[in-house]
Design a protein around this ligand. Structure first.
Ligand code: BGC
Length: 730
């Protein structure tokens, strides 16, 4: 257990897809799974992704319903620049066919931002070689990645053939219609060492120039670099092939730079001799010395840039290596996924580590991720996350219109890339309307935390008003109850569909209506676009909204009729039937009381200061026993609340579950990618849970509750432009 590194030793074929996720790299603009560079015929999920470059995959459903989106926008598997075909005396290097693989080791160095893999392999022709591969995706240069690949023959002098290539014939595993998403426009070799593929996404027409730059040399010799003996160009492929005789014990080193230059519409910058702008940059210069030193230079920059990130965002836990390593892994992955440089990018639930969830934006961003970026990066980065939704307001209004809402009401999509809804299951698309609440709550949370009130006037208000208009139309008056009700919804707990009066949804709707009304009155009442009657109506609905409540238990009910269920706790379910979603029929899940993720308690998390300690305790103790935490977004919220209730052991168990979810593969699905957005929840469970950080009356408060075996907990937060260094000692 290393505090700053994730290390895996030993080659186990069944672990390959899982480790491809865990050892993924990203720089906020692009990312890649830890696929082997050389050929591998075993089980693998190939994945390289570019932020914001997506494809509208035509929706495929069994039974079409009016209002379904026509497509699901997904981040594409991008052309690959990392690949190498390697032959040793004519035999392909493929760990799946090697007769022996020894000293296999992967290391993800989180402090410095690189990933290294080493092994010693015996090929079927009995040749034994040692390989070391070091990779990084540059934080400083969005478009640039680098690989250093070294081969040392151990048995005898061998002929090493290396074909370093680019490949745009890539597919998405999750393509609905098994289509290729890229059209290759141009394949070229410009110099002995530089080649590219220009490809365009179908329909969305993002043009991507994938490039590579190679330098091959024998170590120990005078600087000498080899030229490729062959250049292989095909429709979707370009390779530079080298053939070198390497004596036993000597090392051949390939430094490969690669990445993407992206354009939508405009032409790429191309110099008169056909080279891209990278050739002009000094870190991949023209001179031999520059070319030989480029990798080391980039690595040095990388260490410096990561040091700057850690300076603000590191969390130190003394007395618990497991917890320490886990929180760093989570912080590292969050920084790999989103840098905050660009308002058109966002945080996909799996970041750049897999295809699931299509790289699209979910309510996860507002409900879970925003606080992390606000506190560790400051207001500008967090503001970009809000601007993403502001820029998509027109689309959200259009989306509501498609469903029959009028007068500028907005329903933000549950899943989106460009502002349009792209989820196509009715219970999520049409019913999980609580997401609108999280988007409004994020504005409130941002302003309360950063003090940037101007955001409301300049942008936030328009979003709040459109959201309030939606709730005012979505709530309906029940003559029976003489109250406003919200019918036919799905709350955050997706193990219940089409329920009436989900407490969380009703509560956040009520809060949105009041908050929007308050903000309109504070800033904009004179504006023409809001009629005073609207504000009166919003307040009336908010005042008279209905909440299901049980006198017997003294708790708000998750929804109407919750107490009719067979209320056996999760502990009564045999272990072999968990997770339920892999063992029970959907019908059985829907009828059960089991809660996929924090639902009523999500409301208690957001609005903790609306409730007394006793109310929180009752609700936590009522709902936790029914919660199966089968969404990765769940244990973190419960952990924060358990810490608030001083339930240290429970809070700690839930913390380990959230923070080591991927490292220890709790849900047996890490091969599909990492749970990036829930990693922000892990940060919440430390800072807001064990640190007890919360904002009251524009001030930062802490109520620490450290697990008994921790000696200390330290972290930094930026609050209203000031850096606060926090250390709590047990
Ligand atoms: C959760 C949603 C979440 C989505 C993406 C689902 O399993 O139930 O709340 O938005 O995953 O993380």
């Amino acid at each position: 257990m290393k505090n700053w590194s994730i290390i895996a030793e030993g080659f186990h074929k069944e672990d390959v897809p899982k480790h491809e996720s865990i050892y993924s790299l990203g720089n906020g603009a692009m990312g890649m799974r830890a696929n082997f560079e050389e050929d591998y015929t075993g089980n693998t999920l190939q994945g390289s992704y570019i932020g914001g470059v997506y494809y509208p995959d035509k929706t495929k459903v069994g039974w079409w319903k009016n209002g379904y989106p026509e497509y699901f926008a997904k981040v594409l598997n991008a052309p690959s620049w990392i690949g190498l075909h390697i032959k040793i005396n004519g035999e392909v290097l493929d760990l799946n066919t090697c007769t022996e693989v020894k000293n296999f080791r992967r290391e993800l160095n989180m402090k410095e931002g690189w990933y290294e893999r080493q092994f010693t392999a015996t090929l079927p022709n009995q040749q034994e070689i040692q390989v070391k591969a070091l990779r990084l995706l540059s934080l400083r240069h969005d478009e640039l990645g680098a690989l250093r690949y070294e081969i040392t023959p151990l048995s005898s002098e061998v002929t090493v053939e290396i074909e370093s290539y680019l490949d745009s014939g890539v597919k998405n595993n999750d393509a609905n219609w098994d289509e290729l998403f890229w059209n290759t426009l141009d394949v070229g070799v410009v110099q002995d060492y530089y080649a590219y593929i220009t490809a365009e996404t179908k329909k969305t027409r993002f043009k991507v120039h994938t490039f590579m730059h190679n330098t091959l040399r024998l170590l120990g010799d005078q600087p000498h670099f080899f030229s490729p003996s062959k250049k292989n160009k095909k429709d979707n492929y370009v390779g530079l092939q080298y053939e070198v005789s390497v004596p036993a014990g000597k090392t051949i080193r390939l430094d490969k730079f690669g990445g993407y230059i992206i354009s939508k519409g405009e032409e790429f910058w191309v110099s008169p001799n056909g080279l891209t702008m990278y050739e002009r940059e000094k870190y991949i210069g023209y001179t031999l010395t520059e070319r030989l030193n480029a990798f080391d230079f980039l690595l040095k920059m990388q260490k410096k840039d990561w040091a700057a990130i850690w300076e603000l965002s590191d969390i130190e836990i003394e007395g618990d290596d497991k917890a320490q390593q886990a929180i760093r892994f989570n912080i590292f992955q969050l920084n790999q996924t989103y840098s905050g440089k660009h308002a058109h990018l966002n945080i996909g639930p799996k970041g750049f580590t897999g295809e699931k969830y299509g790289g699209s934006t979910y309510w996860d961003t507002e409900a879970y991720c925003l606080p992390f970026y606000m506190a560790t990066k400051g207001a500008e980065v967090a503001r970009n996350l809000l601007m993403y939704r502001y820029n998509q307001l027109d689309k959200a209004i259009e989306n509501a219109k498609k469903l029959g809402f009028t007068g500028g009401a907005a329903l933000y999509p549950m899943v989106t890339m460009n502002g349009e809804e792209c989820h196509n299951e009715w219970e999520i698309t049409f019913e999980e309307i609580h997401r609108n609440g999280a988007i409004a709550f994020a504005i409130y949370n941002y302003v309360r935390y950063t003090g940037d009130e101007a955001y409301i006037k300049d942008y936030g208000l328009e979003v709040l008003v459109a959201i309030a208009r939606f709730w005012a139309q979505r709530a309906s008056f029940s003559a029976e109850k003489q109250k406003y009700v919200i019918l036919g919804v799905t709350g955050p707990n997706e193990y219940e569909n089409n329920v009436n009066n989900n407490f969380y949804t009703n509560y956040i709707a009520q809060w949105c209506l009041r908050y929007a009304a308050d903000m309109v009155e504070k800033y904009e009442i004179e504006k023409q676009w809001i009629h005073p009657q609207e504000i009166i109506l919003w307040r009336k609905i908010a005042q008279n909204i209905y909440f299901p409540y049980s006198e017997k238990y003294g708790v708000y009910l998750q929804q109407d009729g919750f107490l009719d269920k067979d209320l056996k706790p999760v502990s009564a379910i045999p272990a072999e039937e968990r997770p339920l979603n892999q063992h029970w029929s959907w019908d059985r899940i829907l009828r059960s009381p089991y809660i996929k993720q924090a639902d009523t308690l999500q409301g208690f998390y957001f609005f903790r200061n609306h409730f007394t300690h006793e109310e929180l305790r009752k609700h936590y103790e009522f709902y936790e026993p029914f919660t199966v935490h089968e969404s990765s977004l769940s244990p973190c919220v419960h952990s924060v609340l358990a810490a608030a209730l001083d339930k240290k052991e429970e809070a700690y168990a839930l913390y380990l579950r959230t923070s080591r979810l991927d490292l220890d593969d709790y849900n047996k699905e890490v091969h599909e990618g990492l749970h990036i957005t829930s990693m922000a929840g892990t940060w919440l469970s430390i800072v807001e849970g064990f640190g007890g950080m919360h904002v009251v009356d524009n001030q930062l408060h802490f109520k620490p509750c450290l697990p008994a075996h921790w000696h200390s907990l330290s972290f930094k937060v930026i609050f209203r432009g000031q850096l606060h260094v926090c250390k709590f000692v047990n």
